[in-house]
Design a binder for this molecule. Structure first.
Ligand code: FAD
Length: 559
């Protein structure tokens, strides 16, 4: 096979964007190599938005979710009473976009301006806005009919959107949830009574406020990176997709990357290319660099790996979002759930999705959103809220039956810095992942304050007809000490690892911000969530699509 101009390792959102954009030039030959299966976007488990719960629930594995997942685990975390955190990643063409929660939020202007100010010229918010617009088809303004139909408050949503901040003809369709559960409106009312303003568009001029999320969905179905970027260009003769194939390392001639070593079952081989681009995600991209001889010289020597380039930042700077869930039992059956009383309605929901792509199956249940600040002296949000109109609580594993709802409190900039390291020189061994949550600089104040403000919202009158009781952690967990203990016991990540091959020019930087080439070697770049120097204050797929769009331009210009 080959040789190719580019081999892209990993077909997640970043890899799919690159494969599409680099093959726009018919003279450029690209191979996209993916560890998992190909042609996923039309499979029901991927298309149905609600089916995301099946990927996370071992009891629902018979529905076929496991083949789209790779499960990693953190080391026992000293700040979490030695608890190891489960860390799922998506697998197959589309990567995590096949299994994720579909929430589409870019992040705050300050996040990207922060990247720029760290020495990454060209990566500030104003530099990236054209790329956000390039990737988006923001349905409320792209489709005038949809725009008139969807209302926020009493007015059409489209009238409340700043069109200069959104794209209308990009590959990724962004849409409000098609069927919003009535309880989400109780949440909006309750939040206002608790003193928070409504925000019709978290990707608008300001992120602060309470509102309803937009999703990577179209016509009540999930939009994946494969569906958006690969399926429309599969026919290009200069694009070769190789699925079910693991890359085990980058092959070098001196300090020039010349190809990648692959493994499929017992078969192995090498694919040659002029350039290699690692897009295997924030856990595997740094692992592949280290397995290939790029990393801390001392560590590599420990595992008998021949040094190609001493680069101490590889695998360092791991960042993620922290998330804690409050769970409520309902006294009405307004929230989604499984019960005899709700059986006829649930049957109708299934028919509704089959015939109209609406109803519960078109929902992820995370209808309600919010960005708030817990700091009275600074209104930059440090907490994100997810109000979920069903009770699939993965943190407490409390089951699916009955009716209830959840409030997730996510700390947007936890301040903890972790690392990804090798466990051995064997590519089959998963890397060692340590987050260091609640150690060093990171305190529990923001999460604790976030829980208190979420409870204030839930205590408002609009919830009275629905809320029976908080069942996890329960009202007795009230003092600082009790809340902190609950957080340490339950807190999870939002599955947004970034930062482990950070761009920059200092001694800890891994890739050059102007080319995304790995420092000190040639023919090798990294383009995925791992190059973010700091985590964005939002779910990470939008920023990943955006950085890959920009990367494609930088790569085209560089050659
Ligand atoms: C359960 C879950 C829910 C999430 N919810 C949201 C959400 O609602 N909104 C949001 O914005 N973000 C969400 N995210 C995060 C978001 O999906 C990621 O930030 C984004 O997908 C990162 O893209 P990526 O291209 O960097 O890597 P990935 O999506 O991780 O893709 C990497 C790809 O590389 C492949 N690969 C890995 N190793 C190899 C190898 N050795 N050889 C070949 N291929 C390899 C993998 O199989 C995978 O397909 C969620 C993630 C998860 C897991």
């Amino acid at each position: 096979m080959g040789p190719f101009d580019y081999v892209i390792v990993g077909a997640g959102p970043a890899g799919c964007v690159l494969a599409n954009r680099l093959t726009e030039d018919p003279a450029v030959r690209v191979a996209l190599i993916e560890a998992g299966p190909d042609r996923n976007a039309r499979k029901a488990i991927v298309r149905i938005p609600l089916a995301m719960v099946t990927f996370m629930a071992p009891a629902l594995a018979f529905l076929g979710g496991p083949k789209f997942m790779t499960w990693f685990a953190s080391e026992p975390e000293p700040g979490l009473q030695g608890r190891s955190m489960p860390l799922p990643r998506g697998r197959g063409t589309g990567g995590c976009s096949n299994v994720n929660g579909q929430v589409f939020i870019r992040g705050q202007r300050e996040d990207f301006d922060g990247w720029r100010d760290l020495g990454n010229a060209g990566w500030g918010f104003d530099d990236l806005l054209p790329y956000f617009r390039k990737l988006e088809r923001f349905e409320p303004i792209a489709d005038a009919r949809a725009g008139r139909r969807v209302k926020f408050g009493k007015r059409p949503l489209a009238e409340q959107i700043d069109p200069t901040l959104h794209g209308t003809d990009g590959p990724v369709n962004i849409a409000p949830m098609r069927s919003v559960n009535k309880l989400a409106y109780a949440y909006l009312d309750a939040a206002q009574l608790a003193g928070y303003e409504l925000n019709p568009d978290f990707n608008g001029p300001r992120q602060n406020g309470i509102g309803l999320y937009n999703f990577t969905q179209k016509n009540g179905e999930r939009v994946t990176a494969e569906g958006a970027y690969i399926d429309p260009v599969r026919h290009r003769p200069n694009l070769t997709i190789v699925a079910d194939t693991e890359i085990t390392k980058v092959v070098f001639d001196g300090t020039t990357a010349t190809g990648v070593a692959w493994k499929r079952g017992a078969e192995t081989g090498v694919i040659a290319a002029r350039e290699i681009i690692l897009s295997a995600g924030a856990f595997v991209s740094p692992q592949l660099l280290m397995l290939s001889g790029i990393g801390k010289a001392r560590e590599l020597a420990r595992y008998g790996i021949a040094l190609v380039q001493d680069l101490p930042g590889v695998g360092e700077n791991l960042q993620d979002h922290l998330d804690i869930t409050l769970e409520y039992r309902a006294k009405s059956i307004t929230p989604y759930g499984i019960s005899w009383k709700a059986l006829p309605r649930n049957v109708l929901h299934m028919l509704d999705w089959l015939f109209r792509k609406r109803g519960l199956l078109a929902s992820t249940t995370a209808d309600g959103g919010g960005f708030v600040s817990t700091d009275p002296n600074n209104d930059r949000p440090d907490v994100q809220l997810f109000f979920c109109t069903g009770r699939a609580n993965t943190q407490a594993a409390s089951g699916f039956t009955g009716h209830g709802f959840l409030m997730h409190i996510c700390q947007l900039r936890p301040g903890s810095i972790g690392r990804v390291a090798l466990r051995s020189a064997d590519p089959a061994d998963q890397p060692s992942i340590l987050y260091n949550f609640f150690r060093g600089e990171s305190s529990m104040d923001v999460m604790r304050a976030g829980i208190r403000l979420a409870r204030k919202i839930m205590a408002q009158k609009p919830f009275t007809p629905h809320l029976d009781a908080e069942i996890d952690p329960g009202p007795d967990v009230e003092s600082d000490g009790a809340i902190d203990a609950f957080i340490r016991e339950r807190v999870g990540t939002l599955f947004h690892p970034v930062g482990t091959c950070a761009m920059g020019s200092g001694p800890e930087a891994v890739v050059d911000p102007q080319t995304l080439r790995v420092h000190g070697v040639s023919g090798l770049r990294v383009v995925d969530a791992s190059i973010m120097p700091t985590i964005v204050s939002a779910n990470t797929v939008a920023a990943t699509y955006c950085l890959a769009e920009k990367a494609a331009d930088l790569i085209k210009r560089d050659n």
